[in-house]
Design a protein around this ligand. Structure first.
Ligand code: CA2
Length: 147
């Protein structure tokens, strides 16, 4: 059974508690449940994490990279949150491991402030999605299951 990594970056632990007009009412626990259901549909194992710390995210990408090297990773679905727009370290981790990446954003970042329009990760992503709300996580896993 292959594994899907779903990683979430800074402040996504606050989902459902503030800014519902942008991010909706679902909590991160709801997102995990949605991902579990999608993985179950496709016979995939789920590893789901959130951190406010860049280095923790780098370490989990490396962990996913080891599974990828063993042919056991279906893909990595990554909402790097604000680090999307700032982090060369996360880009290097994705490039260095070669993990098949879906870059995901809950909101349509292109309809927001201009500093959200640039992503360091997109250059290393196999797919980029935004604006589907938290439903995007399930859609991303549906796509990864076809890879
Ligand atoms: O739309 C997305 O998923 C983002 O990755 C979310 C990030 C933002 O910096 C990106 O530009 C787009 C922010 C995540 C913070 O999430 C919160 C949720 C509820 C309340 C406060 C923050």
């Amino acid at each position: 059974m292959k594994t899907v990594y779903v990683l979430n970056g800074p402040n996504l632990n606050l989902l459902g508690t503030r800014e519902p007009a942008i991010y909706g009412a679902a909590t991160l626990a709801d997102v995990r449940t949605l991902c579990e259901q999608a993985c179950k549909r496709h016979g995939l194992e789920l590893v789901f994490h959130q951190s406010n710390h860049e280095g923790a995210l780098v370490d989990w990408i490396h962990e996913a990279g080891q599974l990828h090297a063993q042919g056991q990773l279906a893909g990595l679905v990554f909402n790097a949150a604000a680090y999307t727009h700032t982090s060369v370290a996360l880009l290097d981790a994705v490039k260095g491991t070669g993990v098949p990446l879906v870059e995901l954003h809950i909101s349509n970042v292109h309809a927001r402030e201009s500093f959200r329009h640039h992503s360091y990760l997109s250059a290393a992503a196999r797919a980029v999605m935004c604006g589907f709300g938290v439903a995007g996580y399930g859609l991303a896993i549906d796509a990864v299951a076809q890879w």
